[in-house]
Design a protein around this ligand. Structure first.
Ligand code: CA
Ligand code: CA
Length: 196
């Protein structure tokens, strides 16, 4: 009986080892292609996104009055995307460019009072050479999202919604057509913050 259990454990361990051997030893969030590794790094780790920019129309020193007006503007983030030749690439093999086509923006509520938001997508169109970095900017908080029925009630309230945002980029290794994803994250707070 004991031998049988040992055999079972041995089998389990070898399966686990085989599974872990399938993935490349790269850092969390990196995309490992055949010839290169892609990583993303967001320039803003924490972003406060204002839901309304107010104009004190009647000049009484307060906003949110019946005569006051506000506008809604989107917020962008800037991300550096680095494509590096794999360390173990044979010298006979050429490193490929990577085409970055889109990014998904997933909003994970950071506390129980923050409601869930659906994942947004932005189209990108940048080709990154091996051993170089490209900078992309895109909307992390669109006007439509700010005007949505979930976020717009925060206008003229003191409530803040806090999200842990994961930006997942989809890249295609040009020479092999291999598709991989890679990620970076930021903290995002939505509220009607005071005008800057
Ligand atoms: Ca006013
Ligand atoms: Ca505001």
């Amino acid at each position: 009986m004991k031998n049988r259990i040992n055999l079972y454990l041995l089998g389990l361990i070898s399966i686990l080892l085989a599974l872990s051997g399938c993935s490349e030893e790269v850092g969390g969030g990196a995309g490992s292609f055949d010839t290169v590794i892609a990583t993303a790094s967001v320039s803003t780790a924490d972003l406060d996104s204002d839901l309304a920019t107010w104009t004190d129309v009647n000049g009484d020193g307060f906003v949110c009055g019946a005569n006051d007006t506000f506008t809604v503007s989107s917020d962008d983030v800037t991300v550096d995307i680095a494509v590096d030749t794999k360390a173990n690439l044979p010298s006979t093999r050429e490193a490929s460019k990577v085409s970055i086509n889109k990014v998904s923006i997933a909003y994970s509520p950071a506390n129980t009072t923050t409601p869930s938001l659906s994942t947004q997508f932005e189209t990108l169109g940048v080709v990154v050479d091996p051993d170089s970095t490209a900078t992309v900017s895109f909307k992390v908080a669109s006007q439509d999202l700010k005007k949505s029925s979930i976020l717009s009630p925060l206008v003229c309230s003191n409530t803040i919604y806090t999200y842990f945002v994961t930006l997942t980029f989809e890249g295609v290794e040009v020479d092999t057509n291999r598709t991989e994803t890679f990620e970076t994250t930021l903290n995002l707070r939505f509220a009607d913050f005071a005008n800057q």
